[in-house]
Design a protein. Structure first.
Ligand SMILES: [Zn+2]
Length: 142
C-alpha cells in the first residue's frame, strides 16, 4: 500500500510504502514542546519504505532542539512539518506526520498520545533504530 503525503503547498511530498493493505497505522501525538506547539502526529514502521521529494530545498527549514538528534523538516512556505529525520550511526531514519497524508482512510489510523520525557539519549536512539522507518530516500529538485 502506497500512502502519499505532502505539505500544504506541495513543496515537500512523500510516498510511504507500508506493507499491509489496508494498513493499521499507529499515530502518536508527541508531547514534546515543539510537537505540542505545531500539533504533529507521527507514525513509523520499521518495515516501511519512505521516498521524499523536495521541490525547492531553499524553502525547507530544518529545525532541531534539545539533544539535536532529530531534525524537523518544516516547509517555510506553508509552515507544515511533514517529517522528522534522525541520523544514527550514518543511517537515516524518519517518522512522518499523519496529518499530511493525502490518501489514507481515517479508519486506518490508531491515534494515541506518547511521552518520551525522561528517556535518556541512548534509549531514545535505540528506540528510533527499532521503530522508525529505516529505508529513507530524500531527493530534491525536479
Ligand atoms: Zn509547503
Amino acid at each position: 500500500m502506497f500512502i502519499t503525503g505532502k505539505c500544504h503547498c506541495g513543496n515537500i511530498s512523500f510516498e510511504l510504502d507500508w506493507e499491509a493493505d489496508p494498513p493499521e497505522i499507529p499515530a502518536r501525538a508527541c508531547d514534546c514542546s515543539f510537537c505540542v506547539k505545531h500539533g504533529g502526529v507521527w507514525t513509523s514502521n520499521p518495515k516501511a519504505r519512505l521516498a521524499v521529494a523536495i521541490r525547492d530545498v531553499s524553502l525547507v527549514s530544518k529545525y532541531a532542539f534539545g539533544s539535536r538528534t532529530a531534525t524537523f523538516h518544516v516547509c517555510s512556505r506553508c509552515g507544515t512539518v511533514p517529517l522528522v529525520t534522525s541520523e544514527i550511526e550514518d543511517h537515516l531514519y524518519a517518522v512522518v506526520n499523519v496529518n499530511v497524508f493525502e490518501n489514507a482512510d481515517q479508519s486506518w489510523i490508531r491515534r494515541a498520545s506518547a511521552s518520551f520525557e525522561g528517556e535518556d539519549l541512548e534509549a531514545r536512539l535505540a528506540r528510533r533504530q527499532r521503530n522508525w522507518i529505516g529505508d529513507v530516500r530524500i531527493r530534491s529538485g525536479q
